[in-house]
Design a binder for this molecule. Structure first.
Ligand code: 3H9
Length: 721
C-alpha cells in the first residue's frame, strides 16, 4: 500500500485561521480539498483529530476555492475508530457525533476514500461523508460491541438508513469486519477503487462529482428503512436472538434499542437516544473490562526478550506426535502457510495422525469455512515420516507426545541428535518441568515451551514457557511465531501447571471444598455460568474426561502436602469408571450420548456418603458465595504467580484465563475483576476464609502489600518489554 499522503500530487496547503494540526492536514488539489488524518499508529480519533477535522470541514465550507472534499487516512488505515485510551477520562470537545454532523452538513460534497481499517468511529466518519470509495483490502465495521459499547457517533442511526435494519444490526451485533467487496454489496460504500492509490482514486471521484454537478447527499436522508414491516421484523428477530446469544452482556440490547429509534423517531431524536445509551455503556464495568482485555492482549506480547533480541527465521516446522494435540497444532501451523513434517513412531500411527489432520479440515469444509482447494493446499504442505532424520533441516520442532517425563526426554535426546544447529526445540507439555526436559539435550538455550490449548487450531491462547537457560532470541522467535499463527501469546515461567493450569487446579480445589461442604456440582456449575463462564467446572471435567485429572492427582499424590485438605469425591466417581461424556456419566448423566448432562441422584448420594465419611455437616451456600470463593482462590494464587515472576504482570494472568479457560471477557480477567471489586475486599474475604483453612486460604503477600500501599493490580501492569 502506498502512503496516501506521499503519493499526493504536488500539495498546495490552504491557509486556515487555526492552521493545520499535526494530526489533520489540509491540502488543496485544484478545487478539491484533501483532509488527511495522520495520527499514528492507526489514526484513532483523539481530541486533536476531532478538532482538526472540524476545523478543516468548516474551512472547506467557507472557502469559495473548494468545490469538494476528500477525507483520507495516512499510513495503513483510514481511521480505526475512537481513541480507546480516552475512554474513562473526562471527555474533551468537540465530541465525535458533532464532528460527524458537521461533515454531513457540509455544503460541498464530501468523499471518504477508505483503505485499511475504517472501524467504529472511523466508519461513522465515512458514513457522515456523502460518498464512499474503498480500496481492496479495506476492512469496514462497527466493532464497538466488542468493547462493551455501541456506535456512538451516529452509527446506529445512519447505518440502518443506508443499508437497512437487518444488515446494520448484524454488523453492529457481531462487530465483525466486512471486506471492501462486501461493503459494496451491502451498500456501505458506493464504489471500489481500481488501484491501490486511494488518494488519487478519491480525488478522481470528487472531480467527477463536481464535473457532473452532483451535490451533497446526507446519509440521514437515505431510505434503507423505507420497508417498515421488514425493518420491524429484523429488529424483533435481533432482540430475541440477542437475549439468548449475548447473555450477560449490556450493550447488545442497547444497540437494538437504538436501531428501533432509527425506525420510529426523527433522526435527531434517535441521535440523542444513541448518545444517552452510549454514555451508559461507557460508564459500565463491562466496557472497562473489555477495553482492558483489548489492551492486555496486545501488551502480553511485549516481553523483555522480544525487544532485546531478533527472532530466528522460521520457514518449516516439525511436529512430533500425531494425536489430538499434535494434529491440532499441525493444522494451526499449516493454516499459517508453513510446511509441516509430522513424526510418528510407526506407519499406522502416522496414518492416524494424517487422518486426524484431514478430519479437522473436512470439518471446516463441511461448515463452509474453507473450500476443497484450501484443504488440498494445506494437506499438500503436510509431510510425514517415522524417522527423526526427516527433521534434520526444519527450523522449529514442536513435541506433542504423551505427557510423561521419560517419554519427553527420550524425544528430546533424539531431537538433539538430528536437529540442525540453531533449530528451536519446543515442548507442548502442560505442566512438566521444562528445565529438566532441556537438560536432556546438549543445547538447553534452544529449548522452550509452547503450550497450546485444545483444539489447538481453534483456541487463541499460546503460553510461551521460558525455562532458565533459554536464549533470548528463542523467546523472541516464539512470540513472532505465535503472531504468525494469529495466537494470543503470554509469557510464563516454569512451575507445575505454568500460569493457566496452576490456576485451574486451585479453582477446582476451591470448588471441591464447596462440594464436600454442602454445595451440589449442579449449583456450582450454574453459579459459574451465571458469572459468565460458558461452562461450570464440573461440566468441563465431564467434557475433558475425568480420567485426565485423576491421573494427574495420582501422579501428584506422593508430593502432595499432607496438611492440605484433599477431597476424594472425584476419585470415587473415577473408581466407578464415570469419566464424563465419553462414558455416558460423570458428575452428570448423559443418556444416549447426549451432550448436555442431567443431574444424577446417584452422584448426589455418593457425595452425601463422602460428607458423612469425613464427618462434614453440609451447609448451604448462595450462588454469590460460590463465586466469591472460587474467584478469591484464583485471584490469590494468581497474585502468588505474579509475585514469583511466573507471570510478568497481572495482565498476563488475565489474558491466559480469558483465552484459554473461558473466563468472561467482559470482566477483563480475574485480576481486573479483583481490582473492580477492590483489593481490600478480596483480602477481607481471604481473612474470613483463612479462619476455616489457614493453609489453602493464606493471603498472598502481594495482595497484603498492595492493600497496605492503597494500590491495586493495575499498578503492576506496566510493560517490561
Ligand atoms: C469507537 O469507535 C466508538 C465510537 O463509535 C463512538 C465514539 C463517540 N484507539 O491491533 P494493533 C493501538 S470504539 C487507540 O496491534 P493491527 C493498539 O493498542 C473503537 N489505540 O494493529 C496498538 O498499540 P501499541 C472502535 C488503538 O494492525 C496499535 O494501535 N474501533 C486503537 O494488528 C496497533 O494496533 C476498534 O475497536 C484505538 N481505536 O490492527 C478498532 N486501535 O502499538 C480497534 C488500535 O501501543 N483496533 N490501537 O500496542 C483494531 O481492531 C486493530 O488495532 C486494527 C489494527 C485492525 C485497527
Amino acid at each position: 500500500m502506498t502512503h496516501p499522503a506521499a503519493s499526493a500530487p504536488s500539495p498546495s496547503p490552504i491557509s486556515s485561521a487555526g492552521g493545520d494540526s499535526h494530526a489533520v492536514t489540509r491540502t488543496l488539489h485544484g478545487d478539491v480539498l484533501v483532509i488527511a488524518i495522520d495520527n499514528p499508529p492507526v489514526n484513532a480519533l483523539g481530541v486533536e483529530v476531532r478538532r482538526g477535522l472540524l476545523e478543516a470541514i468548516e474551512a472547506a465550507d467557507a472557502d469559495a476555492a473548494v468545490a469538494a472534499v476528500v477525507i483520507v487516512g495516512v499510513g495503513r488505515n483510514f481511521i480505526a475508530g475512537a481513541d480507546i485510551r480516552e475512554f474513562g477520562k473526562p471527555p474533551q470537545p468537540p465530541h465525535l457525533p458533532a464532528v460527524c454532523d458537521r461533515i454531513e452538513a457540509s455544503t460541498k460534497p464530501v468523499v471518504a476514500a477508505i483503505h485499511g481499517a475504517a472501524l467504529g468511529g472511523g466508519l461513522e466518519v465515512a458514513l457522515a461523508a456523502h460518498y464512499r470509495i474503498a480500496a481492496a483490502g479495506a476492512k469496514l465495521g462497527l466493532p464497538e460491541v466488542k468493547l462493551g459499547l455501541l456506535p456512538g457517533a451516529g452509527g446506529t442511526q445512519r447505518t440502518p438508513r443506508l443499508i437497512g435494519a437487518r444488515a446494520a444490526l448484524e454488523l453492529m451485533l457481531s462487530g465483525r469486519h466486512a471486506s471492501a467487496n462486501e461493503a459494496l454489496t451491502l451498500g456501505l460504500v458506493d464504489r471500489l477503487s481500481k488501484t491501490d492509490d486511494i488518494l488519487i482514486e478519491g480525488l478522481a471521484y470528487a472531480r467527477e462529482l463536481v464535473a457532473t454537478r452532483q451535490g451533497t447527499r446526507p446519509t440521514r436522508a437515505a431510505n434503507g428503512l423505507a420497508d417498515e414491516a421488514a425493518s420491524r421484523a429484523a429488529i424483533e428477530a435481533a432482540r430475541k436472538e440477542t437475549a439468548t446469544r449475548s447473555r450477560g452482556l449490556f450493550s447488545p440490547l442497547k444497540i437494538v434499542e437504538a436501531v428501533q429509534a432509527a425506525l420510529e423517531r426523527p433522526f435527531d431524536e434517535g441521535l440523542a437516544l444513541e448518545r444517552r445509551l452510549f454514555l451508559e455503556c461507557l460508564d459500565s464495568p463491562q466496557r472497562a473490562g473489555l477495553v482492558h482485555a483489548f489492551f492486555a492482549e496486545r501488551e502480553a506480547a511485549k516481553v523483555p526478550e522480544a525487544s532485546a533480541a531478533r527472532p530466528r527465521p522460521i520457514a518449516s516446522v516439525g511436529i512430533v506426535g500425531g494425536g489430538t494435540m499434535g494434529a491440532g497444532i499441525a493444522v494451526a501451523v499449516l493454516d499459517a502457510g508453513l510446511p509441516v513434517t509430522l513424526i510418528e513412531r510407526d506407519e499406522a500411527a502416522l496414518g492416524r495422525g494424517r487422518a486426524h489432520v484431514e478430519r479437522v479440515y473436512d470439518g471446516l469444509v463441511a461448515k463452509g469455512r474453507i473450500d476443497a482447494k484450501a484443504k488440498a493446499d494445506a494437506m499438500a504442505r503436510l509431510a510425514g515420516s517415522t524417522s527423526y532424520e526427516a527433521l534434520a533441516n526444519v527450523d522449529l520442532v514442536i513435541e506433542a507426545v504423551f505427557e510423561d517425563m521419560a517419554v519427553k526426554k527420550a524425544v528430546f535426546t533424539e531431537l538433539d541428535r538430528v536437529a540442525r544447529p540453531g533449530a528451536v526445540l519446543a515442548t507442548n507439555t502442560s505442566y512438566l518441568d521444562i528445565d529438566e526436559i532441556a537438560g536432556a539435550t546438549s543445547r538447553p538455550a534452544d529449548v522452550i515451551g509452547l503450550h497450546f490449548f485444545s483444539p489447538a487450531n481453534v483456541m487463541k491462547l499460546l503460553e510461551v514457557v521460558v525455562p532458565a537457560r533459554v536464549a533470548a532470541d528463542v523467546v523472541a522467535t516464539a512470540f513472532e511465531f505465535a503472531k504468525r499463527l494469529s495466537k494470543v501469546s503470554v509469557r510464563a515461567g516454569v512451575c507445575d501447571g505454568f500460569i493457566g493450569n496452576r490456576l485451574l487446579a486451585v479453582y477446582r480445589t476451591a470448588a471441591d471444598y464447596l462440594l464436600e461442604d454442602g454445595a451440589s456440582p449442579y449449583q456450582i456449575d450454574e453459579a459459574m455460568r451465571a458469572f459468565g463462564y460458558p461452562m461450570g467446572p464440573y461440566q468441563v471435567i465431564d467434557l475433558a474426561g475425568g480420567d485426565i485429572g485423576w491421573a494427574a492427582r495420582k501422579r501428584r499424590a506422593p508430593t502432595r502436602d499432607p496438611r492440605l485438605r484433599y477431597v476424594e469425591i472425584a476419585d470415587r466417581l473415577c473408581e466407578r469408571g464415570w469419566f464424563g461424556q465419553k462414558t455416558g456419566r460423570g458428575f452428570y448423566l448423559y443418556p444416549e450420548g447426549a451432550r448436555t448432562g442431567v443431574r444424577d441422584p446417584e452422584v448426589e448420594a455418593l457425595i452425601e456418603d463422602e460428607r458423612k465419611r469425613r464427618g462434614v455437616t453440609p451447609r448451604s451456600f448462595t450462588d454469590e458465595e460460590i463465586v466469591e470463593r472460587l474467584m478469591t482462590a484464583v485471584v490469590n494464587e494468581a497474585a502468588n504467580i505474579v509475585r514469583e515472576g511466573i507471570a510478568l504482570r497481572p495482565l498476563d494472568v488475565d489474558v491466559t484465563l480469558m483465552h484459554g479457560y473461558g473466563f468472561p471477557r467482559y470482566r477483563g480477567g480475574p485480576m481486573k475483576y479483583a481490582d473492580t471489586l477492590g483489593l481490600a475486599n478480596v483480602l477481607a474475604s481471604l481473612r474470613r476464609f483463612e479462619k476455616e483453612d489457614p493453609l489453602f486460604w493464606k493471603p498472598s503477600p502481594l495482595i497484603v502489600e498492595l492493600v497496605d500501599r492503597g494500590a491495586d493490580f493495575s499498578s503492576l501492569n506496566t510493560t517490561r518489554g
